[in-house]
Write a protein that binds this ligand. Structure first.
Ligand SMILES: Cc1ncc(COP(=O)(O)O)c(C=O)c1O
Length: 296
């Protein structure tokens, strides 16, 4: 392997070979120190007031969740299984964020035992159902971005996630019943944004959307989860996200947030560079790729 294409250093390679000798393949290996270092990097580069939730959809291994629970992060979960893992890992209920458009019966029954967990509500119909159930949990409304995103995987205007602006009046009627403990908003515009300018754009627009919703509902939020979408370099030649620039922008976002706590939910940024999937090569086969100039 040429030096340019080699993605791991010699010491790491030795440790991985040792793991293969001890445990065989296939195997997943994670470097716990790298997980801690990545969480710490966020602490150092982003304002102290920013709350970080680890999105278990990136990797829900209990050992990984243990590390982030100990590091003081919260957990963003999207299924009953992820919720059970987060509880087992020791994330306190007040640092659990339960999201997703399809919450199962198991998720709701677990939430009855976790009255401090924050619930992100995805639609007026889900909000109406929650009002009829009378759960005391703090609730945020997920807002559907009405803007384009530069993310590799987008969750914006054309997606099925979150409440579009024109459905806010329906939500207002349900909220007026007084049976929902609304504390704020949730916006997630997309994943794997490697340019700081793209992440900054997401965060700014997410805040703008939240403030518009706050005006539409005549309500002052105390908590905003603005998503994140922080990317990581996958290909050779790609650079790390410039976190310091994002940190500077977050200072002004906090200043504009009308006193609300500001949170981010990050998955791949926290874990993806700390793990390896180890396999054995059984045979090699060559393929000649031809690049169609009209498609690149
Ligand atoms: C709502 C939501 N939050 C968080 C994430 C985590 O994204 P990432 O791993 O890119 O940080 C995703 C990914 O799809 C998501 O849909």
């Amino acid at each position: 392997m040429s030096e340019a294409s080699k993605r791991i250093d010699d010491a790491t390679e030795q440790v991985l070979l040792e793991i293969v000798h001890q445990h065989g393949t296939p195997a997943y290996a994670f470097d716990v120190e790298r997980l801690r270092a990545q969480a710490n990097r966020l602490r150092v580069e982003l304002p102290d007031a920013i709350e970080i939730f680890y999105s278990l959809k990136a990797n829900a291994s209990l050992g990984i969740c243990d590390v982030f629970a100990e590091s003081g992060l919260g957990a963003d979960v999207a299924s009953a299984g992820e919720l059970a893992t987060a509880v087992e890992a020791g994330f306190p209920a007040s640092r659990l964020f339960v999201a997703g458009p399809c919450k199962s019966r198991e998720t709701w029954s677990m939430l009855r035992e976790l009255p401090d967990a924050v619930i992100s509500i995805d639609s007026p119909s889900e909000l109406s159902w929650l009002a009829s159930e009378g759960l005391p949990n703090p609730v945020v409304l997920r807002l559907r971005p009405d803007y384009e995103s530069c993310a590799v995987v987008t969750a914006g205007a054309g997606s099925r996630f979150g409440v579009p602006q024109d459905e806010l009046p329906k939500c207002r009627t349900i909220l007026d019943s007084g049976r929902i403990n609304l504390i704020g908003f949730h916006v997630f515009a997309g994943s794997q944004v490697l340019e700081a300018s793209g992440v900054i754009d997401h965060l700014r627009r997410g805040l703008d959307l939240s403030l518009q919703a706050s005006d539409a509902l005549s309500f002052t939020p105390e908590f905003l989860n603005l998503g994140g979408g922080f990317g990581i370099p996958y290909g050779i030649g790609q650079a790390e996200l410039a976190l310091a620039a994002v940190g500077t922008e977050l200072e002004s976002i906090i200043a504009r947030a009308r006193g609300a706590r500001v949170a981010l939910e990050l998955g791949r940024y926290l874990v993806a560079q700390a793990g390896w999937y180890l396999t054995s090569v059984l045979a090699q086969q060559q393929t000649l790729y031809s690049i169609n100039p009209h498609r690149v």
